[in-house]
Unconditional design. Structure first.
Length: 82
């Protein structure tokens, strides 16, 4: 297994900064710099909404001023693969 077992700790962060260059690493599948992220003004009228998604496994982290931070780790390895 490359990353963490997303079934055992669903409330842990999905992404982390690694290395001296600040690369973003997916903690579920181990992908480095394969994360799409965006930050936009919040629909709540204050603060920002953020979204980050791993293009390799599909794990997602979102945050907003009303509901807070939510990790959504994808199953890894994908179904049907050893």
């Amino acid at each position: 297994m490359t990353g963490r077992d997303s079934r055992n700790d669903p409330d842990e962060p999905v992404f982390a900064v690694c290395g001296p260059d600040g690369a973003i690493r997916c903690l579920v599948c181990g992908a480095v710099d394969q994360v799409l992220h965006d930050e936009v003004p919040s629909m709540a009228g204050y603060g920002t909404d953020t979204y980050a998604r791993c293009t390799r496994c599909g794990s997602v982290e979102t945050s907003d001023p009303i509901f807070g931070w939510h990790p959504k780790p994808a199953p890894w390895p994908p179904q049907g693969q050893p």
